[in-house]
Design a protein around this ligand. Sequence first.
Ligand code: IMP
Ligand code: MG
Length: 179
Amino acid sequence: MEISPTRPDKSQVLYTGKEIAVTVERMAGEISTVYGNEEITVVAVLHGALIFCADLMRELDMKVQLETVTASSYHGASTTSGELSVRVQCADQLVDRHVLLVEDILDTGRTLSRLSAEVMAIKPKSLRIAALLDKPERRVTDITADFVGFSIPDLFVVGYGLDLDGRYRNLPEIRAIHS
Ligand code: IMP
Ligand code: MG
């Protein structure tokens, strides 16, 4: 039986699992410095942030509650069309809370701009953003993350939660795909 490849062709490792772990730990330290012992509500933006959020949460020592939101933007081959579907089903859980939105990657910024506006309308005590990856060159909206893991150039990346057509989320490393 032929074993199908589990990694995409024409791709190379950008960050190893170990490098990611070190960065996640550093981010958790920064987050702890900002919130101290205040309880926070982590909101993972699915599906991409699932793995990052699971690792990040386990590095936090304060009381943490977990909620999720689903956001999907419809990407063309290399651009984002701007159509976005966002559902904040956990609205009641965010009122008067210190909300930390946890996202895999900040690209054009449309997803997080839209989500931040939706969350702010719910009137949290505070709102901050943690993004594992940031592609500042690609930004079309006025948004920055409070906590950033890696700032990268305009590359398409997969692994550690990030997908290409739904695949490669399970890779422990982050890989860049050559176009
Ligand atoms: P934005 O709204 O353009 O900032 O898009 C953010 C979303 O697009 C992320 O949450 C990802 O789901 C997806 N995305 C953007 N860049 C990449 C990438 O390089 N690899 C995989 N997904 C990406
Ligand atoms: Mg995403």
